[in-house]
Design a protein around this ligand. Structure first.
Ligand code: ATP
Ligand code: MG
Length: 268
């Protein structure tokens, strides 16, 4: 079964413009997505590319159940989202999708552990969960997620006490803690230097090797080369969908980069 199955997705934005006092307002329709078909199976690692204005954010918002299409169908993990009620839609968003943003979006006065625990509070409403049991398992799950990203020894740090790469690791642990159907990452390394970028891409590759499904928007072909498949949007259409044939290994590139970087530092 596909994790994501989109059929003929259209998203139109209606813009009301009033040119002058005498003229009546006119509606302009922006066709941001024009009938897009896209499916992804479990275990895929997909890059979403395309020029500015091509519809990437619009697609990400729909994939992330932050927005519904004007028409078309979107099945997420076997559930049709476009006709779901507001409650179900929010439930799917909270439980089925792990978000990773360019700007990390961590709560600043909250420790790494508490940040990762946050999505698990939504679980409280689930049936058959005794409160005592949830409190215990919530912390355990958050610690396990931090361990997966190699940060169990930084649990009690606040975001300001962590490097950018470490903050993004916390965000990735938070995205994974609910064991979502897929991780949705929007330019996750946009605010990071080369070393930290390679570290994060290496972590994504490791998580993907463990079976996690990842969808990532990126402007950088070098980063897309670490994924397994690249889809490209143009003017609201999906214009290409290609497997990555010569896939890079981010951790070995990181090792090379460190070697060069350290040599350079010694030369100075
Ligand atoms: N809320 C909105 N109202 C009206 N038009 C919008 C809205 N959001 C996006 N658009 C339009 O839809 C089209 C696609 O926008 P989108 O933000 O999805 O592009 P993008 O590929 O993410 O671009 P970028 O790389 O610059 O982030 C653009 O023409 C944009 O102007
Ligand atoms: Mg965008």
């Amino acid at each position: 079964m596909s994790v994501i199955e989109m059929r003929q997705i259209k998203r139109e934005y209606r813009m009301d413009t009033k040119k002058s006092k005498r003229k009546q307002s006119e509606a302009v329709i922006v066709r941001a997505l024009r009938g897009l078909d896209f499916s992804a199976e479990e275990g895929e690692f997909v890059s979403v590319m395309g020029p500015s204005g091509s519809g990437k954010s619009t697609l990400m918002n729909i994939l992330g159940c932050l927005d519904k299409p004007t028409s078309g169908t979107y099945m997420l993990d076997g559930v049709e989202t476009s006709t779901s009620s507001a409650n179900t839609f929010a439930y799917i968003r909270n439980r089925k999708i792990g978000f990773v943003f360019q700007s990390f979006n961590l709560l600043s006065r909250t420790t790494a552990l508490e940040n990762v625990e946050l999505p698990l509070f939504y679980r409280q409403k689930d049936k058959n969960d005794g409160k005592q049991r949830i409190n215990l398992s919530r912390k355990e799950k958050a610690i396990a997620a931090l361990r997966e990203v190699g940060l169990e020894n930084r649990m009690d740090h606040f975001p300001s006490q962590l490097s950018g790469g470490q903050q993004q690791r916390v965000a990735i642990a938070r995205a994974m803690v609910n064991d979502p159907a897929f991780i949705l990452a929007d330019e996750p390394t946009g605010n990071l230097d080369t070393g930290m970028t390679l570290e994060i891409m290496g972590l994504f590759q490791q998580l993907n090797d463990m079976g996690k499904t990842i969808i990532m928007v990126t402007h950088e072909p070098e980063l897309a080369a670490y994924t397994k498949r690249i889809i490209t949007l143009r003017d609201g259409n999906l214009v290409s969908d290609c497997p990555v044939t010569e896939r890079g290994n981010a951790l070995s590139d990181l090792a090379k980069w460190k070697k060069d970087h350290l040599l350079l530092a010694e030369d100075i």
